[in-house]
Design a protein around this ligand. Structure first.
Ligand code: URA
Length: 433
């Protein structure tokens, strides 16, 4: 078998066999196939398409590299939740303690941010002292003790996906549905959970720009799950508007704390209740209605907040920041942007806010670069809402004057305020059970 023939067949839109996919992935991971040939194959896949069988074969092959998490010591059905990525998406940090407070067991491995979307690990590390690099034994011990643990991936976790994902990032091939599905599902399968809940995002701040694309991705992941013996449920949600108000690491943690205390914005709180309820239901802890009530109560009675505190204590965090979020260090420059005229906000989308937050210092352009934990954007009004001239639209947080000017310019150029009320967009489009 030769890599050049595999590239050529994909270029002609033939469906690749399991052996061909195995040959390409194993050769690339083991250093026998150079980056330029793998990059050519990825571009051919991106342009010619990748069917369900090919996506399953790729997923299966990728699970053969790196460590696997063994959760068999933890009793009960373990449900993992994964979001396809979005701006201001802090749901993992809220639903993990919610589900644990309601009797669920949540073993969550998360990543750092890359590009405009943030990463759960960065957000947690913005709490002074919070350790996300822990051993598998500590991970399991924390779940047994508290019911939940969120940690970073170990260095040898998902090695094939990491190598392929980095190449996709550098070759404009991230936006291939088959490659996204294989990347997500290979990680979920090696994470060790019995069942998987996916939050598949659609809109300007997501990989999938439209509902139809997001639904196809959800269906593809569900089918890969079925072929791999894992039940997958998918919730398709809007990501044209950032979720909640805050975008940026410690800004989002403050919003997480507010939401866990029963406050925060309705969109974020509502989605967290829905996702937590589905996790509990998949874990066999009641009907969807019963689990919805349990999830709602965990926010009202303080039990979800207390679980978050316990998780933070286990991770060595200084919990005084969680008890008193005013202690978080503020950025040196805090600049409010006001509406120049009255009207409905027709456009202030997730793509613009994600980019602005990145410019302000909240994101990283390359792996391992530092992020400014205090940087980001806090929305004071959202897409679809009415605003008066002079009212605050958002507040920029940064330590860099040039970045503040650039982010301000970007937002001013991209916000559209009009007299007609835009149609209301639902936050949850569909649940594929
Ligand atoms: N999330 C992943 O883990 N992989 C992708 O390719 C896209 C989103």
């Amino acid at each position: 078998m030769r890599m050049v023939d595999i590239i050529s067949r994909k270029k002609e839109a033939f469906s690749l066999s399991e052996d061909e996919i195995k040959f390409a992935v194993s050769g690339f991971v083991n250093g026998k196939i150079p980056d330029y040939q793998m990059a050519a194959l990825l571009m051919a896949i991106r342009l010619a398409g990748f069917d369900e069988n090919e996506s399953f074969f790729l997923t299966k092959e990728m699970t053969n590299y790196g460590s696997r998490v063994d959760l068999s010591e933890i009793p009960g059905i373990k449900v993992d939740k994964h979001s396809t990525g979005g701006i201001g998406d802090k749901t993992t940090l809220i639903i993990t303690p919610m589900a644990a407070a309601c009797g669920g067991r949540v073993a969550k491995m998360s990543g750092r941010g890359l590009g405009d979307t943030g990463g759960t690990v960065d957000k947690l590390e913005s709490i002074p002292g919070y350790r996300t690099e822990i051993s598998p034994n500590e991970f399991i011990a924390n779940i047994k003790k508290t019911g939940a643990c969120i940690c970073g991936h170990s260095a040898d976790f998902a090695t094939a996906d990491t190598k392929i994902y980095n190449l996709r990032n550098d070759t404009a091939t991230t936006d291939s549905m088959g490659l996204i599905a294989s990347s997500i599902m290979s990680k979920k399968i090696t994470s060790g959970a019995d069942k998987i809940l996916l939050d598949v995002k659609a809109g300007s701040g997501a990989f999938m720009q439209t509902f139809d694309e997001a639904k196809n991705l959800a269906l593809l992941c569900r089918e890969i799950g079925r072929l791999s013996g894992k039940e997958v449920r998918a919730v398709i949600t809007d990501m044209d508007t950032p979720l909640g108000a805050a975008v940026g690491n410690s800004l989002e943690i403050k919003e997480v704390i507010e939401t866990l205390n029963g406050g925060g914005l309705e969109d974020l709180r509502g989605l967290c209740v829905l996702l937590a309820a589905h996790m509990l239901n998949m874990a066999g802890l009641g009907s969807l209605d019963e689990c919805t009530l349990k999830a709602q109560n965990s926010l009202k009675d303080g039990s979800a907040f207390n679980k978050f505190l316990e998780m933070a204590e286990n991770a060595g965090a200084d919990t005084k920041y969680i008890k008193n979020p005013a202690l978080f260090e503020n950025a040196g420059i805090i600049r409010g942007l006001v509406a120049k005229k009255s009207g409905f906000i027709e456009k202030l989308n997730a793509k613009t806010i994600g980019r602005a937050s990145f410019i302000l210092g909240a994101g990283r352009a390359v792996k391992n670069a530092d992020v400014d934990f205090s940087a980001g954007v806090v929305l004071k009004a959202k897409q679809g809402e009415y605003i008066n001239a002079g009212d605050l639209v958002c507040v920029l947080h940064t330590n860099n004057e040039n970045a503040a000017n650039e982010a301000e310019k970007l937002i001013c150029e991209n916000i559209v305020i009009s007299s007609a009320q835009p149609p209301k967009v639902p936050l949850v489009y569909e649940v594929l059970a």
